[in-house]
Ligand binder design. Structure first.
Ligand code: ZN
Ligand code: ZN
Length: 409
């Protein structure tokens, strides 16, 4: 594998497909030491396209961890206001955002869970005004990932570091179609496929969706006037972009008050540097009324206690088992990849684009219609070859959507 050549193709894909950058655009890039080489390639192409300004947000795992381990208590009591103001002003100045994540799934393992929970609450509250810019597509935004030793080690613990890194990169390139001769064309073709499923689901007007599989028997009511979305999206200014690289999902809005039954997760979940595994939820009238986890129960406790909406669903996403990501057979231990290999739900905030007219209504009005609202949006995986997903219309008509891991529509 020629890493440099693939990184060039990756940068091309991010600039042309992920963000669809053009002359006059501005760009903020979130990066770390591991994503710097890719960020440089992206920046070069972005400037060549006529992007006028690029602003960087640098973070470092080692410094982040030391903060949690050694900074005084008061550092976690409030979120710096200047930081929120700066980022909000940058959005108002029409900056689009690219996150080049190099996530270490176990980063915060040595830190005090109470301190992490406290910080998540403080940071979540303070950053709420910022969430609207991406959740409502006021700007173009894109999340892509780069390999780093800690992630490679988590994904392939049996391999020495160098081989694990090589294997992780190889699978990232497979999952993102970078390995193909013309990734941009491959993404256009892939987008057309996703749009076909999106169209079918939108025309079907399902009232509810039923999940049946090992440990799972769940009925999910859909919000009236819900919208299914898959593949490319559009900013409020009408610019096309892809929020996630990779993306295999077609997703919509569940009714936060109409979810009933039991749901068993099919993959572990990495929440901000901590792992939850072997977990299930019991829902009644949309709310998680019972749950347990074999690993990381405390993390779930903190997550669900975040606010009222943290116990309810905000996203329902359908993903076929036959995709470049699933076909790698790799458990990436990273939500961006694993959620695109499996049907998933998110606890917490819903996306405005999944409900007709939502941006013209108040939060309270949307909530009455079943749109969930929360400081969190955490995806967890529920799909596998053994889970059958059926759409049910108001008149009782049933259509099998996914079976044996594949689309049936
Ligand atoms: Zn999703
Ligand atoms: Zn999600």
């Amino acid at each position: 594998m020629d890493l440099n050549k693939n990184l060039e193709k990756y940068a091309d894909l991010i600039v042309n497909i992920g963000l669809g950058l053009h002359a006059g655009d501005k760009l903020g890039i979130r990066l770390s030491e591991h994503s710097l080489p890719l960020a440089r390639l992206v920046a070069k192409r972005a400037y060549e396209k006529g992007v006028s300004e690029i602003d960087l947000d640098f973070s470092d795992d080692s410094i982040t961890l030391d903060r949690f381990l050694h900074a005084p208590d008061e550092a976690f009591e409030s979120f710096p206001e200047y930081r929120v103001n700066f980022l909000e002003n940058r959005y108002k100045d029409n900056f689009n955002v690219l996150s080049l994540a190099a996530p270490n799934p176990d980063l915060l393992k040595p830190a005090d869970p109470a301190r992490i929970a406290q910080w998540q609450k403080v940071a979540g509250k303070a950053n709420k005004p910022l969430m609207a810019y991406t959740m409502q597509n006021r700007v173009k935004w894109c999340i892509a990932a780069v390999a780093c030793p800690a992630w490679a080690k988590a994904a392939f613990p049996e391999l020495p570091e160098e081989e694990a890194m090589e294997k992780l990169w190889k699978n990232i390139f497979l999952a993102t179609r970078i390995d193909q001769d013309d990734p941009i064309q491959a993404w256009e073709d892939h987008d057309r496929e996703l749009k076909k499923h999106e169209k079918f689901l939108n025309e079907a007007r399902f009232d509810r969706v039923h999940y049946k599989g090992p440990g799972t028997d769940l009925m999910v009511g859909m919000v009236k006037n819900h919208v299914w979305k898959g593949g490319s999206g559009f900013s409020q200014k009408g610019d096309r972009f892809f929020a996630n690289i990779p993306t295999e999902e077609v997703f919509s809005m569940p009714d936060a008050d109409r979810v009933d039954g039991t749901l068993r997760a099919t993959m572990p979940l990495s929440v901000r540097g901590q792992i939850v595994d072997d977990f299930h939820f019991v829902f009644k009238d949309g709310k998680v009324v019972e749950y347990d986890a074999g690993v990381g129960k405390q993390i779930l406790d903190d997550l669900l206690a975040m606010d009222e909406g943290a116990r309810r669903l905000g996203e329902i996403a359908l993903v076929a088992d036959n995709s470049p990501i699933s076909n790698t057979g790799v458990l990436f231990k990273n939500t961006l990849f694993d959620e695109n290999a499996s049907c998933h739900f998110a606890l917490g905030a819903a996306y405005t684009e999944n409900l007709v007219g939502s941006t013209e209504r108040s939060e309270e009005e949307n909530r009455k219609l079943g749109m969930n609202n929360s400081l969190i949006h955490v995806d967890f995986m529920v799909g596998s070859k053994d889970v059958t997903v059926t759409g049910i219309k108001e008149d009782g008509t049933e259509i099998v959507l996914l079976k044996d891991g594949d689309w049936q529509i």
